[in-house]
Design a protein around this ligand. Structure first.
Ligand SMILES: [Zn+2]
Length: 155
């Protein structure tokens, strides 16, 4: 990962926090647009949003104790089967749905949405690794994102 040009080791922990807070704010602002096609591409969104949800929860756990009303694991229904094991769901997704949907999707908007989700997820992952500070706004935004993800994942 050393060759990653977006990696900025010179940033202070507070600068990094500031950037992530901005990303969470931005993600919340765009959320409705991002999940606009969720009915059409249900499995695809379920897959990516579930992965994102895990990152949000891990980040919340890094800086707080999770409130009891937050379920760490979410059951996902796909092709008539309930998956409580995320790896099993991911395996099923790879086997049954793979990237076919994405290849056939000519919708630029869909690809934009998935790019935004992946971009935001990468920021969360980076912060999980080397983020040191948290703030009320960060935690509040992460909880908001989690609530919206849960709402979307219920479809
Ligand atoms: Zn399925």
């Amino acid at each position: 990962m050393k060759s990653d040009p977006t990696h900025k080791p010179e940033l202070s922990p507070w600068d990094k926090l500031d950037l992530l807070v901005k990303e969470t704010r931005h993600f919340l602002d765009e959320y409705d647009d991002i999940v606009l096609h969720k009915e059409l591409y249900r499995t695809l969104f379920m897959y990516h949003l579930t992965i994102l949800r895990d990152e949000v929860i891990l980040l919340l756990k890094k800086f707080t104790t999770l409130p009891k009303d937050i379920a760490e694991e979410k059951e996902i229904e796909c092709c008539g089967v309930m998956y409580s094991d995320k790896d099993a769901f991911k395996q099923h997704y790879e086997d049954a749905h793979n990237k076919k949907v994405l290849q056939s999707a000519s919708l630029c908007e869909l690809k934009m949405s998935l790019t935004k989700i992946a971009f935001f997820e990468r920021h969360l992952k980076d912060y999980l690794l080397d983020g040191q500070e948290s703030s009320c706004e960060l935690l509040l935004n992460l909880r908001r994102i989690l609530r919206r993800l849960d709402h979307t994942l219920e479809f």
